[in-house]
Design a binder for this molecule. Structure first.
Ligand code: C2O
Length: 553
């Protein structure tokens, strides 16, 4: 968009360093921003410019990603390590992220985008309506609260990652879920008769979550900072990376209620079914009324949570969301220039010599998309190579539009689909001409480990046209039709285990944009690919040169 006359510059300095915290009765040194966990909240309006100076005093190299920010012509500020930049080195190195908020409103977040560091390096990024359109497309709430869901380990997360890589895919289960960084004890005070906008963010590394508040219902109004048609529900489902804006009505009998987040896994035999709670507490304007409330204080009501493997509830939630049309007009591009079918999931590769704890018979877990296990470059970022116009030795442009072998879910056993799982390493991108449209069918193979891989695309929101379980059949009469009128828009789609989703977007942002699984262990295993988008024809559609302090490897 055009810069607005009264747009502001929102400026922060992030000092990344060690922080000692106590959780679950143990002291733990974590990496954190400005001594806060979760990190500082960044608040802006649509049209604002955000400037964040990151100074790295932590023992690890770091980058920060602004999850869901479109980064129009500002790919240098996107943040994924070795995709958009080399990391900011330990020992006090600095880099300034500078980007405009262009046509976005709602709840997003920021997080470290190197190794497992985002486990503790994250915070909310809230975008309010801009000065030219100061209202929400729903009744203005009386108040709001941001709930960041995370995970906790009684260990250094860098060690946790190292262990996962050495074993070639051993579980890296956390010991607890957190709400706003706390393993218990978070409280939200509300007043009777008021409406609150809950900004819900799943910052967990590994787990999709159900969220409920006992005795209270919600109206979902946005997902991934894209407005939805109002959707009434008493349960919210969030995959890692996803956000939901939901209005909550404080209209229950004044008292205390538990809010709860609980792991959702489609595996029938899941072993990790953790939950965490926080308190919703009614408070009163005057002391007498407050005292009267004490009576009801003895009992705290727990929400009745769905079963940990209640896929019907999860798919019901995702399938019910539709996008709110700006001015009532559909915006989905109807012409498709590039069609892709991408099968993806966990596969196997022979153990690497360095993987000393790898099971030699089973092999090591290698995740892939169209059987390419994505390798990050080491000498310079993909974006820098792209901008230099010489990508030799950094990446190749042969990411396949289709998988080499057709996956068959009806015989989805490891043996019958062995060729589906065999992967090879590569740094392959798919090149897209500026302003062309792309449709990608994402098929989750779910042969090893039946997880709902949440796929996150950097630099774009996409329309989710259809989703389902089993094999995707383009012409199946039983397949639900594409929603080309008001599909939800997202930056992260939770593709069901053994299921599929169809996404479509317009490649109108020049640069290199990674698409990857937001279950953190799956990124180093290679569950990623990248889109390279050419510059457009006019000066305002060309990626500018990198900023002067752009980190080098
Ligand atoms: Cu929220 Cu590439 O990540």
């Amino acid at each position: 968009g055009l810069p607005l006359a009264d747009a502001a510059v929102v400026e922060h300095t992030f000092h990344v360093g060690n922080l000692t915290v106590n959780r679950l009765g143990q002291r733990q040194v974590i990496t954190a921003v400005n001594g806060q966990f979760p990190g500082p909240k960044v608040e802006a309006r649509d049209g604002d410019t955000v400037v964040v100076h990151v100074v790295n005093y932590s023992p690890y190299n770091i980058t920060i990603h602004w999850h869901g920010v479109l980064q129009r012509l500002s790919g240098w500020a996107d943040g994924p390590s070795m995709v958009s930049q080399c990391p900011i080195r330990t020992g006090g190195a600095a880099y300034t992220y500078r980007f405009n908020i262009t046509g976005q409103e709602g709840t997003l977040w920021w997080h470290a985008h190197v190794s497992f560091l985002r486990a503790t390096v994250y915070g909310a990024l809230l975008i309010r309506p801009g000065p030219d359109k100061p209202h929400y497309p729903f009744p203005t709430p009386h108040g709001e609260a941001t709930l960041l869901f995370g995970e906790w380990w009684n260990a250094s997360v860098v060690d946790v990652e190292r262990q996962a890589m050495l074993t070639g895919g051993a579980p890296n289960n956390s010991v607890a879920l957190t709400i706003n960084g706390m393993t218990g004890g978070y409280e939200l005070a509300v007043r009777h008769g008021r409406t609150y906008l809950l900004r819900l963010i799943n910052a967990a590394l590994n787990y999709q979550l159900f969220f409920k508040v006992a005795g209270h219902a919600f109206t979902v109004v946005a997902a991934d900072a894209c407005y939805t048609d109002p959707y009434d529900t008493d349960v919210v489902v969030l995959a890692p990376g996803q956000t939901v804006d939901a209005l909550m009505y404080a209209n229950a009998t004044p008292g205390r209620y538990y809010m709860a987040a609980q792991v959702y896994q489609s595996l029938a035999n899941a072993t990790y079914t953790a939950a965490t709670t926080a308190l919703l507490r009614y408070e009163h304007h005057d002391a007498a009324a407050e005292a009267a409330l004490t009576l009801s204080r003895t009992k705290i009501v727990m929400p009745i949570m769905p079963a940990f493997n209640d896929s019907e509830t999860a798919q019901g939630f995702y399938g019910s969301l539709t996008g709110l049309l700006p001015d009532g007009k559909p915006t989905v591009p109807l012409h498709v220039d590039t069609r892709m079918l991408v099968t993806y999931g966990l596969g196997v590769m022979p153990c690497m010599p360095a993987q000393t704890l790898c099971n030699r018979t089973r092999g090591s877990v290698a995740a892939s998309m169209n059987n390419v296990s994505f390798q990050l470059p080491t000498t310079m970022s993909l974006l820098e190579a792209h901008a230099r116009g010489n990508v030799d030795g950094v990446y190749t442009r042969d990411f396949p539009d289709r998988p080499p072998v057709v996956f068959n879910f009806t015989s989805a056993s490891a043996s019958s689909n062995r060729s589906v799982m065999l992967t090879s390493k590569g740094t392959k991108v798919k090149t897209l001409r500026f302003n062309t449209t792309v449709e990608v069918v994402l098929q989750n193979t779910a042969i090893l480990g039946s997880e709902n891989h949440p796929l996150h695309l950097h630099g774009f929101n996409f329309y989710v046209l259809a989703q389902g379980v089993g094999n995707f059949h383009a012409r199946s009469p039983t397949r639900s039709p594409y929603n080309l009128v008001n599909p939800q828009q997202r930056n992260t789609v939770a593709v069901p285990a053994g299921g599929w989703a169809v996404i479509r977007f317009t490649a109108d942002n020049p640069g290199v944009w990674v698409m990857h699984c937001h279950l953190d262990a799956h990124l180093p295993f290679g569950l990623a690919m990248a889109f390279e988008v050419d510059d457009g024809p006019t000066p305002d559609t060309v990626l500018p040169p990198p900023p002067p302090d752009y980190p080098q490897c």
